[in-house]
Design a protein around this ligand. Structure first.
Ligand code: SF4
Length: 177
C-alpha cells in the first residue's frame, strides 16, 4: 500500500487499514435484497440507497471499473456487552473518519468510489425524491447497498471482521484507481 494513503487513513482516525483488490469483491444479490426488507428504515428514502443508487448490475459495473482501493475500520472497546453508548460513539466516530478521508482523497482521486457503513448522512435530511442530490460528488452509499458482504471483503483484504467479545467494529472502503 502507498504509505501516504495509509497515513491519511490513520490520520483520519481509522484504527485499521488494508489494501483492497476490487476485482476480488463478490457483489451478492442476497445482500442487496436485504435492503428491500428495510430493517434500517432507509430503503427508498435516500439517493444513496436502493432503489435510487442503481441496480446491482449498475453497482457491479461501477465497482469492476476499479483495480485498487483500501478497506478501513474503526474498532471500539466496550466496557461490557451492553455498552450501547460506546457502540454509538464508535459508529459516529467511524462516520466522521469516513467523511474526513473521503474529502482528503477526492482531490487525489477525483473518480473515487467511497462506500460506507450506512446511508449517506451528508445532509440532515436527504432531498430524495423531490429534488436532485445536493452533493453528488460527496454522496456515498453503503457497502451493503452495493451488494457487498463485509465479511467477504474483509477476508480478501486479510483484515479481521471480528476482534472478539468486548469489541465493536465498523468497516468501509474506498475504491481509488
Ligand atoms: S448528499 Fe445529501 S441529498 Fe445527496 S444523497 Fe447524501 S444526504 Fe441525500
Amino acid at each position: 500500500m502507498d504509505g501516504k494513503i495509509e497515513q491519511m487513513a490513520l490520520a483520519a482516525g481509522f484504527t485499521h487499514v488494508a489494501d483492497l483488490r476490487a476485482q476480488d469483491i463478490v457483489l451478492m444479490k442476497d445482500v442487496r435484497d436485504m435492503c428491500a426488507k428495510n430493517s434500517c428504515g432507509m430503503y427508498g428514502k435516500n439517493w444513496s440507497c436502493p432503489p435510487a443508487c442503481g441496480t446491482i448490475e449498475e453497482c457491479r459495473e461501477r465497482v469492476m471499473a476499479f483495480q485498487t482501493g483500501i478497506l478501513v475500520q474503526t474498532v471500539g472497546e466496550l466496557e461490557d456487552e451492553f455498552d450501547v453508548e460506546t457502540m454509538m460513539e464508535t459508529e459516529a466516530a467511524h462516520k466522521e473518519h469516513f467523511l474526513q478521508l473521503h474529502d482528503a482523497l477526492q482531490p487525489l482521486y477525483p473518480g473515487l468510489l467511497s462506500l460506507g457503513a450506512g446511508t449517506c448522512t451528508r445532509c440532515s435530511v436527504c432531498s430524495y425524491p423531490d429534488l436532485p442530490c445536493r452533493f453528488p460528488e460527496k454522496r456515498f452509499s453503503s457497502m451493503e447497498a452495493y451488494g457487498m458482504l463485509v465479511t467477504q471483503v474483509c477476508q480478501i483484504s486479510g483484515m479481521k471482521y471480528y476482534y472478539g467479545s468486548g469489541t465493536i467494529s465498523y468497516t468501509s472502503c474506498f475504491l481509488l484507481e
